[in-house]
Write a protein that binds this ligand. Structure first.
Ligand code: PHE
Length: 363
């Protein structure tokens, strides 16, 4: 065997290979290559020495040297590849640019729970095909009462503790809307059915205690089409409650109720338990009311210019502050409107987290 004959080559190979392995970068590797294969390299010198040997010895020695040269060449190539890749990695790391914007100091502010819950509700109903509708806070008697089948002298007018504005020039007396239901009327007057809308906004009633504030928030819902029935109402509100409270197996029930603008009317309750003074939604066998709903009364459709022989649908109304308190365990409604920064920091939400069904609502 060539290696047996050329015992001196074993030591040389070990030395040359060690130099290749020790090269820390491409320059170092080039040095190792030159030291072996350059003009004055150790292997080159041995190659030159071949001429001095006899024919047989030369042949065997040449084979051994060439094999060594091949192995060294392969080691050099392999090392070059690793060092090359490492060099690119190092350069990429060095030249990396962070294109994300730093969090700006002003984003330290918090989103009010009411705004956040409006975003959550919007995300859920948008997913079911509902659009957003709006109406004015200062309403006329027709939209807030009359068209909703609440005629003058109807007891519901007293129940609502209405704030009245001064009589205007035409003798009409405007009110601060007592619910978001007038948005139903405005939307039906301005659009051709079918439609599905929700209308979040402020409402006003002359009332104030732990759970009542003279200004609070509601979200109205309205779905009108040719064949909408109570099953659609239930399915839609079941789905809403389960998504909003983020409890898949939430128990829900409908209780018969009365509203002048819906027939039949119902109130929806969700299942809950009180444990150690704490409310647990989705557990136990207590019930909590969360909204009013029903099939839109034919008189309401007529008043808003929609033909009740062609169209029908459901409506619902829900207190936003109330469901925010229930979900986030906020004890006193009045704190919502006191603008206390400590409260807001505690109960508020990050401005960078937008609720969505895919990424989660509460965040
Ligand atoms: N407007 C009712 C309220 O303020 C809620 C409601 C809306 C009920 C729509 C039924 C249908 O209590």
């Amino acid at each position: 065997m060539a290696n047996g004959v050329d015992g001196d080559l074993v030591g040389l190979e070990t030395e040359l290979m060690a130099a290749v392995a020790a090269a820390a970068d491409l320059d170092g590797l080039e040095e190792a290559r030159v030291a072996a294969l350059g003009r004055k390299g150790k292997l080159t010198a041995l190659m030159r020495g071949l001429g001095e040997l006899g024919a047989d010895a030369r042949k065997a020695r040449a084979t051994a040297l060439n094999l060594l040269k091949d192995r060294l060449g392969a080691a050099l190539d392999a090392k070059k590849e690793t060092l090359g890749a490492a060099a690119i990695e190092a350069r990429l790391a060095r030249e990396r640019i962070d294109v994300t914007l730093p969090v700006r100091p002003e984003s330290a502010g918090r989103i009010h729970p009411v705004s956040h819950v409006v975003d959550e509700i919007t995300a859920i109903f948008a997913d079911m095909g509902f659009a957003i509708a709006e109406g004015p806070d200062i309403e006329d008697d027709f939209h807030n009462f009359e068209a909703l089948n609440i005629p003058a002298e109807h007891p519901a007018r007293q129940m609502m503790d209405t704030f009245y504005l001064r009589d205007d020039a035409s003798g009409g007396r405007k009110v601060l809307r007592t619910h978001t239901s007038p948005v139903q009327i405005r939307h039906m007057q301005a659009h051709q059915p079918p439609y599905r809308i929700i209308a979040p906004g402020r409402v006003y009633r002359c009332d104030s205690d732990m759970t009542h504030s003279p200004m609070f928030h509601q979200v109205e819902g309205l779905a009108i089409d040719r064949a909408i029935h109570m099953g659609h109402l239930k399915g839609c509100l079941f789905e809403f409650a389960r998504s909003y409270f983020e409890v898949d197996r939430l128990r829900v029930r409908f209780r018969p109720s009365h509203f002048p603008f819906t027939e039949p009317s119902a109130e929806m309750d969700i299942g809950c338990a009180w444990k150690d003074g704490e409310l647990r939604i989705g557990e136990g066998d207590d019930w909590l009311e969360i909204l009013g709903c029903g099939m839109v009364h034919p008189k309401v459709l007529t008043a808003a210019g929609v033909d009740p022989t062609q169209w029908q649908g459901f409506a619902f109304g829900m207190g936003i502050d109330r469901i925010a308190m229930l979900k986030y365990g906020i004890p006193d409604l009045r704190a919502f409107f006191e603008s206390d920064l400590r409260w807001l920091r505690h109960y508020g939400f990050s401005a960078l987290d937008q609720p969505s069904l895919a990424e989660g609502l509460a965040l």
